[in-house]
Write a protein that binds this ligand. Structure first.
Ligand code: RIB
Length: 310
């Protein structure tokens, strides 16, 4: 007997994060001296893939690294998480992407990404990776630190196959604007939601719930607004639901959004209904912020289940 397709494809950036921990974040033009640097795995695509794999999904990652030692080590670490990295391009003329991150005493961060190979990920490579696999997928998750054409290719392949697509618009780009109306579920934070509505010329009166409702109406798909320690808002089918986040010990918020998106997509791929998938994803993100490094605190499926049951 064959069951429903359950696999998850994650399309997005793969980085090495260089992290300095300081009392507070620097202002423009200011130097702060902190602890570190520490090096961690990063990139919104790779991070979400790790979160999904730890949540027990079958994950294929689509992205690009440099054909260098850093790229090889990066992929080895992702493969050790059980992620299928065969579809990741190794680009000879590009370095692996790097993110420079400062984390303050409250766990908030500042991030600048040098895209490297991520910026050279081609739409045809995304199509070539997804098209042979899409029939076995329950969800495609896309984030936007890669070229617009690559994002759109992923959204289009998923839409053509009738496979659910989740777009994490971090940051909102032209590709996100163009994805609206193609069936993708969007997961902006409050700032990204406002930015995206501005780009779509739809104004931003009212609060997050009103804005989420506007975006959901215009995209014809659910919108989930991530609100950090305040949980998420879900706008779907004309209704708004609020899911609070459990109390969390915050050491480092880097990767919390990726954890949310990875677990959400993993659970949607497994057939959970939206609210249940979001509830598990919020619990996972709340756990993830307790440890320094984007991926270090991401929980297993058993840890997520225990947190939700508590
Ligand atoms: O979302 C966190 C991620 O953003 C970091 O890991 C960094 O690499 C940037 O992509």
């Amino acid at each position: 007997m064959t069951g429903p397709p359950r696999g998850l494809a994650v399309v997005g950036a793969i980085n090495v994060d260089l992290v300095v921990s300081s009392e507070r974040l620097p202002r423009a033009g200011e130097t702060v001296v902190g602890e570190g640097p520490q090096s961690f795995g990063g990139g919104k695509g790779a991070n979400a893939a790790v979160a999904a794999a730890r949540a027990a999904a079958d994950v294929v990652l689509v992205g690009a690294v440099g054909a260098d030692r850093t790229g090889a080590e990066t992929l080895d670490r992702l493969a050790a998480e059980g992620i299928d990295v065969a579809a990741v391009a190794r680009l000879a003329d590009e370095p692996t992407g790097v993110a420079l991150i400062v984390v303050d005493a409250a766990g908030e961060n500042q991030i600048a990404v040098g895209a490297g190979a991520n910026g050279a990920l081609r739409a045809d490579a995304v199509r070539a990776a997804l098209e042979p696999r899409v029939a076995a997928l329950g969800c495609v998750l896309v984030s936007t630190e890669i070229p617009d054409e690559a994002v759109l290719a992923a959204v289009e392949v998923a839409a053509a196959a009738g496979v659910r697509c989740v777009v994490n618009p971090a940051p909102p780009t032209l590709a996100v604007e163009r994805s609206v109306g193609r069936g993708a579920l969007l997961t902006p934070n409050a700032g990204e939601l406002e930015d995206l509505l501005g780009r779509l010329g739809q104004g931003s009166e009212g609060g997050d719930a009103d804005r989420a409702a506007v975006l959901s109406r215009s995209s014809g798909a659910p919108v989930i607004v991530t609100r950090g320690g305040d949980g998420v808002l879900i706008a779907a089918a004309g209704e708004i639901a609020e899911l609070p986040a459990p109390p969390a010990t915050v050491v480092d918020t880097t990767g919390a959004g990726d954890t949310f998106n990875g677990v959400l997509a993993a659970r949607l791929a497994a057939g959970d209904e939206l609210r249940r998938a979001a509830e598990l994803a919020v619990a996972a993100a709340s756990i993830s912020v307790g440890t320094r490094g984007a991926r270090e605190g991401m929980p297993t499926a058993a840890e997520i289940a225990a947190a939700v049951a508590a």
